[in-house]
Ligand binder design. Structure first.
Ligand code: HXC
Length: 258
């Protein structure tokens, strides 16, 4: 499907989704969010896709929700639309791994979007921030909750209250991003990481995703029980037999997601 605000390429089992509103630093407007939800859902359903990479441009992953589109809205407008909730719920329903490849500005809703992905690879030029306070609002799609879980209360408060930006080094040090790479190598590294993920059993990768995400949503005791039962359950799969046999036979595993 052709999109107005996204460029989607599917090659070698990887769906690369690029936010594409260059004139607005990829600001998230309704059209972009609708298309993004559609593209992610389609990639999740596409049997050829084993991993998704979400990225922006070198200058901006996304500079936040579109301020021009939001400026004149009333409480009732945003309440009735439940602004961006259906779209972000579609993203959160995606069961295949999503890697965010972030370069340049990653602000407000852009930072929130990156945090909804499974992990973030940042270029050394990346700048993260939750500057909504400068606009007289707060984050609206998870920024106060997720950033706090990533970097802890003190840094999250600092970011949300002062609106300052965090550079890539600070973001890595604080646990917001998994790795930093030189800007020129960002897409190569992100695609290489996605290729690594795509080599694995996608069935097992979905279980990894569900299990790690549980740690944010439940008690340690419940999370450990969930993990243990999933570990047990995977012994019912062909991929467990194949993975362990391949190790013992000193060969590469051929996973079939069965
Ligand atoms: C709409 C935006 C935009 C945004 C940038 N642009 N950010 N348009 N919404 N969030 C547009 C500018 O208006 C400008 O268009 C063009 O992109 C280039 O931006 P400049 O400001 O000229 O670039 P620069 O001087 O390099 O500054 C970059 C910047 C700045 C620091 C990123 O643009 C900025 O502060 N942007 C806003 C960041 C922000 O507050 N984000 C949070 C939004 S609220 P023109 O047409 O003038 O050339 C949010 C809430 C989410 O995200 C909750 C959702 C439910």
């Amino acid at each position: 499907m052709a999109y107005e605000t996204l460029i989607v390429d599917i090659n070698d089992h990887i769906a690369l989704i690029r936010l594409n509103r260059p004139d607005a630093l990829n600001a998230l407007n309704s059209a972009l969010m609708r298309e993004l939800a559609d593209a992610l859902t389609a990639a999740d359903r596409n049997d050829k896709v084993r991993c998704i990479v979400l990225t922006g441009s070198e200058k901006a992953f996304a500079a936040g929700a579109d301020i021009k589109e939001m400026a004149d809205k009333s409480f009732v407008d945003v309440f009735e639309a439940d602004l961006f909730t259906p779209e972000t719920e579609a993203l959160l329903r995606v069961r295949k791994p999503i890697i965010a490849a972030v370069s340049g500005y990653c602000l407000g809703g852009g930072c929130e979007l990156a945090m909804m992905c499974d992990f973030i690879i940042a270029s050394d030029t990346a700048k993260f921030g939750q500057p909504e306070i400068n606009l007289g609002v707060v984050a609206g799609i998870g920024g106060t909750q997720r950033l706090t879980r990533f970097v802890g209360k003190s840094k999250a408060m600092d970011m949300h209250l002062t609106g300052r930006f965090m550079d890539a080094e600070e973001a890595e040090r604080s646990g917001l991003v998994s790795r930093i790479v030189p800007a020129k190598k960002l897409m190569d590294e992100a695609m290489a990481a996605a290729a690594k993920v795509a080599e694995k059993s996608t069935l097992t990768a979905k279980v990894v995703k569900e299990s790690v995400n549980r740690s944010y949503e439940t008690t340690l005791r419940e999370g450990l029980l969930f993990e243990r039962r999933m570990f047990h359950a995977l012994f019912a799969t062909e991929d467990q037999k194949e993975g362990m046999a391949a190790f013992l036979e000193k060969r590469e595993a051929q996973f079939r997601d069965r």
